[in-house]
Design a protein. Structure first.
Length: 469
């Protein structure tokens, strides 16, 4: 197979359909699964058998390892399935630390809004009021036109820095991923690379365009107005305030605490997939460097959506959404560091997803803060391109992932998970996913999610020279 185009072909690593939720009797278990103790069914709001079975099915479909935490009111379930190390056979466990990628953006947005409440930042002030040195010379006029709000809701139209930081990706090569494994890169350099990338539109124009550069600038603004390192402020005022005991910015290339290896395939360019759990995450900074656990993520979003981290007025600002493009023809409703999805029969959910080399995460919470899912998994960009190199072939992993999400979010009485519906804002299919398997579910979620852009960049790359097998 010759790969004609790689970066930009695949909108997302997590390609989701919405399929019928399997019944409890149809879901099985595997000997390798690790789950929390089961309580009396009469007291449970969650279908533990179905959750356990669909998580096992996710692993059996080809996902190396996954851990999931689900909550409905006071009822909680967590489980893990698969391997933390494919060479040794070490198994994953539910409480493993995990790189959460772009879910970090929600944390950064909360920190900015805390400073808005203190009067130190104004959402509609130009970013040059706070960080004028980032926008010098010809870039000054653009910086004057970009507001803090535009950074947080991705309407600044700043280009993404990722391809500048890992230039080999534009040539269908993953060499720079390994070359820069232990490189420390300053956030100011990331901004420079973002400014050097082509702008995606005029500041403030809608739809917006997802760019990690926005949240690096936001992190530098936070440092400027607080006089603290962004990691220090976020730890003291967001992570600790939310009561998160296993969430942190890594200080080295190594993850502290129990964790799985994190495998990257990059759509078959890395074969067999390679472990990237040891990696200097300075390239992600406040756009995506955090590590956490699934329990911590559920606690964080529950606290946020019930007004315990920022004021109700600030939360309302956070939940003012605009359409934001996350790939060719695919848009999502994005607020300030958080997006929303309306799932028929289940309700409106808020959250984010994230993807870095080797690690994917999805965290969604119903608007009332009561129903939650956080899911981490350890094999990224596992899909393969078709022979023409123009789109991704359907993967059984995608379907199994979707079924677990549907089970976790929508097994409440009255749910009609098989009903055809549309996202809250219609989005054109990118051609990167489609119905597969016997379930043939109806698409409700967008084809690609946001956070995966942290590992590929938000830019579309022109077809590169063919890469032989």
């Amino acid at each position: 197979m010759r790969i004609k185009r790689l970066v930009g072909t695949a909108v997302g690593t997590t390609l989701l359909l919405f399929t019928a939720v399997p019944t409890a009797s149809a879901a099985g278990t595997t000997a390798g699964s690790t789950v929390a103790p089961t309580r009396s069914a009469a007291r449970d709001a969650l279908d533990r058998t179905a959750l356990r079975g669909t998580l096992d099915a996710f692993h059996e479909a080809g996902m190396y390892g996954a851990y999931s935490a689900v909550r409905e009111g006071r009822d909680r379930w967590k489980g893990a399935s698969g391997l933390a190390d494919v060479d040794t056979g070490r198994k994953v466990t539910p409480n493993m630390r995990h790189r959460i990628g772009s879910i970090s953006k929600t944390f950064t947005s909360v920190a900015i809004l805390q400073q808005v409440e203190k009067g130190r930042i104004k959402l509609d002030a130009p970013v040059t009021r706070y960080v004028p040195d980032l926008f010098r010379g010809a870039d000054r006029q653009r910086g004057d036109a970009i507001t803090v709000r535009m950074l947080l809701n991705h309407t600044s139209h700043l280009g993404d820095y990722v391809l500048g930081a890992f230039p080999s990706l534009a040539q269908n090569s993953t060499a720079s991923l390994d070359e820069h494994r232990f490189r420390t890169i300053r956030p100011q350099e990331l901004v420079r690379l973002g400014l050097a990338a082509p702008a995606t539109g005029s500041p403030g124009a809608q739809p917006g365009s997802y760019s990690n550069t926005n949240y690096v600038v936001a992190g530098l603004i936070l440092e400027k107005v607080t006089g603290q390192k962004a990691a220090t402020y976020l730890t003291r005022n967001v992570i600790d305030r939310a009561g998160l005991h296993h969430t942190a910015f890594p200080r080295t290339a190594y993850i502290k605490g129990p964790h799985a290896k994190m495998y990257e395939s990059f759509y078959g360019l890395i074969d067999p997939p390679r472990d990237y759990s040891v990696y200097d995450m300075s390239w992600a900074y406040t756009a995506g460097a955090l590590t956490s656990t699934m329990d911590d993520l559920n606690r964080f979003y529950a606290k946020l959506l019930t007004g315990k981290l920022i004021s109700r007025a600030s939360l309302a600002e956070m939940q003012r959404t605009v359409p934001v493009n996350v790939g060719p023809g695919v848009a999502i409703d994005y607020g300030l560091g958080i997006y929303t999805l309306e799932i028929p029969g289940c309700g409106r959910f808020w959250g984010h997803d994230g993807g870095v080399f080797g690690a994917g995460t999805v965290s969604l919470t119903r608007a009332d803060g009561q129903r939650q899912l956080s899911l981490g998994f350890t094999l990224m960009k596992y899909q393969r391109l078709n022979e023409e190199g123009t789109e991704l072939e359907p993967s059984p992993i995608d379907e199994a992932l979707n079924v677990h999400l549907a089970t976790a979010l929508c097994d409440a009485p009255g749910t009609d998970a098989g009903t055809e519906s549309k996202p809250s804002k219609p989005s054109k299919s990118s051609g990167a996913s489609g119905e597969s398997g016997s379930s043939a579910g109806k698409r409700v979620l967008p084809d690609g999610l946001v956070g995966v852009d942290l590992a590929t960049g938000g830019q579309v790359v022109s077809p590169a020279a063919p890469v032989p097998n």
